[in-house]
Design a protein around this ligand. Structure first.
Ligand SMILES: *Cc1c(COP(=O)(O)O)cnc(C)c1O
Length: 393
């Protein structure tokens, strides 16, 4: 399971600091953001199921999980069962919901690690029931699986359409090996400019609850809100919210801040590894996509698209050196990039280079990288590759 970077968080790893390119995660910011979003949606920290999938949105899954639990989160959510296993192996004891669709051969792992399943069809519900019965027949141990039932209200991803939801809930309520802990859905348009796009899917889930909620145990919790929904429409919070992005202090875009008090928790830094003066007209990097307009000074930085610093930002990206914004010039390489310091700029080997984060009075945000690359902040964060060590700030 080395694809999950639990070892990245280990300060004792002697080989990690040799490379100047690192991601620094600030647990205090994560804790602050969890409390802020809990307050905004009206449920408090305990009503937040903090989403830590994809290596904690690039921040280091374990560090993120620990910070959110320290701030009082009611539980965690992950994308895949392997991520949940990793959290359990590290000793985390809270409820952990796996958001992804269930695959039959994973059922024993869910049970062994006490992970909550997403059950997204009557067929899958019966599979779980049969599998638990078979396990019991084999070893005489009675078990129940904690499950959340998935309703599809407007996403067409996994889950039963709301119209067939009541029948689905009835089937599941009749399966004695299922302990139904939740019913949930997910918005397709929570971040649309018009927050009213959440009205119809929310109404579908609430209508199902009115119709069929009584079939399920009283402690069953209903949830639909991700970050955007929880922050913009507290009326979508229901019993629980499942935010990810805003807990990391990253907003939808550089223009739209739905929880302005959230603080970015990630700093991505490297260091100058080379300094040179180039003459006017000199072509820089592969393909000479950029030529020096005048005699100028360049710094080379040991980070590139192999670390998840996207090559598509070529011609737009900026970094911070000595408190100044400097353009990245020429094609971004796999392991290196060049920065124009300007004709009078200076930098020394070892000077800190900030790719994401603050330096002096300047700041570069994940949202800026997303704009330069023409993507969403989620993809930038989760694209920071496993070869970049994660450290606690
Ligand atoms: C990833 C995910 C979330 C969190 O979404 P954010 O937009 O990061 O808040 C919530 N629910 C489900 C089902 C998800 O897959």
């Amino acid at each position: 399971m080395s694809f999950l970077s639990e070892y990245h968080i280990d300060h004792a790893q002697p080989c990690l600091p040799l490379r100047p390119t690192q991601v620094w995660t600030d647990p205090a910011a994560l804790e602050h953001n969890l409390r802020a979003l809990g307050a905004r949606c009206g449920l408090g920290p305990v009503g937040v199921l903090a989403v830590v999938k994809a290596n904690g949105y690039g921040h280091g899954m374990l560090a993120a999980a620990r910070a959110f639990l320290a701030a009082g989160a009611g539980g965690l959510a992950v994308g895949f069962v392997e991520e949940g296993i990793l959290l359990r192996r590290e000793g985390l004891e809270c409820p952990i919901l796996v958001l992804g669709g269930l695959v039959e051969n994973q059922i024993p792992a869910y049970l062994d690690y006490r992970l909550e399943m997403t059950v997204s069809s009557p067929h899958k519900a019966r599979l779980v029931q049969e599998r638990l019965r078979a396990l019991e027949a084999a070893d005489g141990r009675a078990r129940r699986a904690r499950v959340h039932l998935k309703i599809d209200t407007d996403m067409e991803r996994i889950g039963v359409h709301a119209a067939g939801g009541a029948a689905f809930l009835e089937v599941c309520a009749g399966l004695d090996r299922l302990e139904i802990a939740g019913v949930y859905s997910h918005f397709a348009n929570a971040d649309h400019a018009d927050p009213a796009r959440m009205d119809a899917p929310l109404a579908r889930l609430c209508e199902l609850r009115r119709q069929a909620g009584h079939l399920l145990p009283a402690e069953c919790r209903w949830h639909i809100a991700n970050s955007a929904a929880a922050a913009r429409r507290p009326d979508t919070a229901l019993d629980l919210v499942r935010p990810g992005l805003l807990l990391y202090g990253v907003q939808h875009s550089a223009e739209q801040a739905w929880l302005p008090e959230a603080r970015p928790a990630l700093r991505w830094t490297s260091a100058v590894v080379y300094f040179k003066v180039v003459e006017a007209g000199a072509g820089v990097s592969y393909g000479h996509l950029w030529r020096a307009p005048c005699r100028t000074r360049l710094a080379t930085v040991p980070v590139g698209y192999g670390d998840g610093y996207p090559r598509g930002m070529t011609g737009r990206a900026e970094v911070l050196i000595r408190g100044r914004r400097c353009p990245v010039v020429g094609a971004i390489c796999m392991d290196q990039l060049m920065v124009d310091l300007g004709p009078a700029g200076t930098a020394y080997n070892g000077d800190e280079v900030v790719l994401v984060g603050s330096q002096a009075d300047e700041q570069i945000r994940v949202e800026d990288l997303a704009r330069w690359q023409g993507t969403i902040p989620y993809e930038i964060l989760t694209g920071i590759s496993e070869r970049v060590p994660r450290r606690l700030a």
